[in-house]
Unconditional design. Sequence first.
Length: 583
Amino acid sequence: MAEKQTISTSQPSDSVTFTLLSEGTALPDSIAVQSIAIWQEVNRVPRARIVILDGSAADQTFPTSEEDFFIPGKELEIQVGYHSDEESLFKGIVVKHSIKIRSNGKGHLVVDCAHPAVKMTKVPKSRYFYDSTESDAWTTIVDEYGLSSDIASTDFSHNELLQFECTDWDYIVSRAETNGLFVIGEKEDLVIQPPDFGQEATEAVSFGSTLLSLDAEIDASTQLSSVTGQTWDYSKTEITEIEATAGNTVSPGNLDYDSLSEVFKETQLLLRNNAKQPDEVLQKWVDATLTRYQLAKVRGRAQFQGILEMKAGKIIELQGLGDRFNGKAFVSGVKHEISNGNWLIDVQFGLDPTPFAKQADISTCPAAGLQAAVSGLQIGIVTQIEGDPEGDERILVNIPLVNADDKGVWARMSTAGAGDSRGIVNRPEIGDEVLLGFVNDDPVNPVILGSLHSSNLPSPIAASDDNHEKGWTTRGGIELKIHDEENSIQIKLPSGKELFMSDDADEISIKDDHNNSILLNSDGITLESGKDIILKTGSGDLKMEAINLQASAQSGVKMEGSGTAEISSSGSTTVKGSIVQIN
């Protein structure tokens, strides 16, 4: 493009005119507007500030302030142009109304306004979205505020999305940025779209003619050779890795991204997220990150005569600056300033590579801001198990680094299962070392996450890389051991009583400390006792059946029936003895 000598204004720029409208009605010319400033930036709520000469010391009042035009909540529109050929440049609501008096006796009314989307920035919210794309979730949110919108479709449908304790604005902007989209407020609309780097330049400005002032810089520290994303896929128990694909971004100058990234040795950015992310979502994240860093290659501002057409998201062409800075640049923000009969625009080009979530404090305060929060996990020593003053089955735990001599804090106990009169009960012992977490990082809401072994408190099972043995040993020495290599389970009491089951040995055995045992294996069942074996039934029968039944005694055999006794056989029956007595 040949160097331009003038800015493309709708009319000659020698006469700037503007109109203020409150609730759609033009304000009287008697209102002495001193200056108007309007800001529009990607991922920011557009704002405006109007400074009005006001205040009468003689009348002891601020007459313009007393009018209803600028009451907070009123709709205000700013139309700007040349020679009364005006168009709407800003439309929003009054959010702040202030007066100022200075030592020279002059008074001012300052009116701050914001795009209607400012209503989305006030209250943190939490909610679910089910079976929804992110763009559908954003549309649902924006519609709640009665705003018209132009939202690009995001293709991936999530089973569930969770907005947690953040404002609607912060939620939308942070997620839109991750998807490679920009949020831009335009008049009453909210636009969420990807940057259009292929569009024609809205305006060209040139040093020595149309460019009034400029600051521009090339920053090699912002340039990366690559961006790679990693996430943990628990479905496959492996790392998923995706590399960003370079987009067709625009940036002025003749130094490319790769040559600038070589200035620094380590320029491969690795984004890690331990949470599982679908490949499509991970790809969007790394691509958006690379685009943001590429747009940071050349950043700056250019000031020239005001025009309506230049907006955030447009393209500007820089001319007359030499090969290092000539070329097209992405407009990330604009500032219009109308004062002293002139209208100037400052165009911000390039982009800060810092993610929105780091620029803005989008999360709620740890511990809800009620007090200083606990950072990370803490070590505790159990001091008392019973007597929770609240009756919530908490355990008293001392945190040694707070004060090793105090009793400590009452902590809830996390367990593998808990419910009404059911669950797994395995409370730690007094003196045990435990690991504490804190609900919402609040120091008065600790939870025992588990107990800890150490060289001072060793495990009952020695550590091994094979890790065949698992088990549980109580304070009194009751043992439950599982051995994966032997496929066995053993339950043992300190007295020596034992139940053992093994697939490798192909047996089940029960033993006690009185030389009594039961063995079940492929040979059958063996009962042994160091003393008597008594089989007794209260009211039922005792029946024995086998191919052969054999009984022998070292001294004597006695069988007695209180009512009847019978010995019979379908074959021969033999009764032998040195003496046989019948009746």
